[in-house]
Design a protein around this ligand. Structure first.
Ligand SMILES: [Zn+2]
Length: 267
């Protein structure tokens, strides 16, 4: 690995940690309808504002041994976890975008979608919903991101984009409709076309493999929950995280898996 590539991944990882720190604020405040700008971060227990030196991603939590400097109450391990997860995601997307002919111009869009995805996944687990205030702005963001990619790469795969968006909308929407909204929430239906369109822009295989992966992951998790909590109970599993992890699988490996599948059919 050459130095430029390592530096690229380190920069993305560092930026991801800082973004993750902001996502903690989003995850906590957006469902509560609080401003994500003001006031600054404070201890959840004693509300003492957190000084900049105690606000360094992961490191501060470790140095303070997961406790507030003023009141000594425990600060959830989830805060450094979200920061670390975002850092790892940004490195992974930087790896994905790095090619022999430069950096994929779709990177800004997938960074935004991936980061929003982390916030959405945690909010979904906590509150069983995907807030419109995060999901709906992703539509114009996606259009801008795809047009930017089209202009920079001179490649406009709008047909596979429509196939991807349509497949995700029809399948997720269908499942929502026929399950009477019990299997998944309408937030998942609103999120689906954004993920499908972006994956479809990368390739039809990415969109279809991602959708398949989301269903397999969600299905396995659903069966596990039924077994652990005993069958019969109407267990509501938040489906958002599976959509998002499935989309990542589609982005990273969908093209290769799809080509291998099509090749095995002899097409
Ligand atoms: Zn405190």
């Amino acid at each position: 690995m050459d130095g430029v590539y390592v530096a690229w991944l380190v920069i993305l990882g560092g930026a991801g940690l800082i973004v993750g720190s902001f996502l903690n604020v989003v995850i906590y405040r957006v469902p509560a309808d609080l401003s994500i700008v003001r006031p600054g971060s404070a201890c959840p227990t004693c509300h003492t504002p957190i000084a900049p030196r105690d606000n360094i991603p992961i490191l501060s939590w470790l140095l303070l041994r997961g406790r507030c400097r003023s009141c000594g109450m425990r600060i959830s391990v989830r805060y450094p976890l979200v920061e670390g997860l975002t850092g790892v995601l940004w490195v992974a997307l930087g790896w994905w975008a790095w090619g022999t002919d430069g950096i994929d111009p779709l990177l800004p869009l997938v960074l935004v979608l991936g980061s929003a995805g982390i916030a959405l996944a945690f909010i979904d687990v906590d509150h069983h919903r995907l807030p419109d205030s995060i999901v709906l702005p992703l539509y114009p963001v996606t259009v801008v991101g795809l047009v930017l990619d089209g202009l920079l790469s001179d490649h406009w795969p709008w047909q596979s984009m429509l196939i991807g968006a349509g497949a995700w909308l029809v399948l997720i929407g269908g499942l929502w409709f026929f399950s009477g909204g019990r299997g998944m929430g309408f937030g998942d239906v609103k999120l689906a076309p954004v993920l499908g369109a972006t994956l479809g822009w990368v390739g039809v295989g990415s969109a279809l493999v991602g959708l398949m992966a989301a269903f397999v992951l969600g299905g396995v998790a659903g069966v596990l929950l039924l077994i652990l909590r005993r069958a019969g109970r109407r267990s509501q599993i938040p489906f958002g995280p599976y959509l998002l992890v499935g989309a990542l699988v589609g982005l990273f490996w969908g093209g290769a898996l799809w080509d291998a599948y099509v090749g095995s059919l002899g097409l």
